[in-house]
Design a binder for this molecule. Sequence first.
Ligand code: OAD
Length: 237
Amino acid sequence: MQEINNIIILTGAGISQESGIDTFRSEGGLWEQHKVEDVATPEGFARDPDLVLRFYDMRREAIQKAQPNDAHIALARLEQGLKAQDKSLLIVTQNVDDLHERGGADNVLHMHGQHLTAWCTACDGRPEWRGTLIERPACPLCGEAGHLRPDVVWFGEMPYEMERIYAALSIADLFVSIGTSGAVYPAAGFVREARGQGIKTMELNLEPSQGSHFFDEARYGKASEIVPAWVDEILGN
Ligand code: OAD
């Protein structure tokens, strides 16, 4: 087997599904109950801010009640195991929950933002936030009221951390995609970027994703089962 020194992992809603958090595109999933353009675009927010703030207030409350599952915990174990061997792991997540961090991982980039910070459009600060935004609280950083919005990247907005992600991809020797449908760019394009650079690619998902043919290898099943098994293999357990 080729020696693996730097791994980059992209995660999506599927890794948090067994923690009780709805995925987006499943039957009865988040987008089925709401129109994407109503709750996940700047235009939807301008049209009906109460609907959008309430939607994210409920999501923020729900993720704080959820617990990391065996897949999140296994990735934290992988991070520690690789670190002990002077190797590296970067987890790039599309998820706005904090289950990777609560599962024990340190090196996590949230490319679609986070529920547990708010974004103040007055001062551009991102204060930690656990409560609700519907009552238009003042920003704890600048004191202005009425300017806090969910710190979540909406359709039509630029995802976060893109420079760091592409820099990490350029030095990786394995790219692994976990629990994502491959429907949303730019994340869905990382596999082709990795392939273009000759990096080995692997998919771990419940079912083949939209870009499944771009992966060198795939394992299908529940994240809580296939992720710990794969981590054991990588760490040579
Ligand atoms: P999706 O809901 O599109 O896809 C979730 C994927 O996880 C699907 O391919 C499922 O088959 C798989 N899955 C479901 N349960 C699983 C399990 N227990 N174990 C393993 N896999 C499982 O979610 P994402 O791909 O994350 O963006 O969606 C990407 C982005 O679309 C989200 O970040 C969000 C949304 O629009 C923004 O909000 C900006």
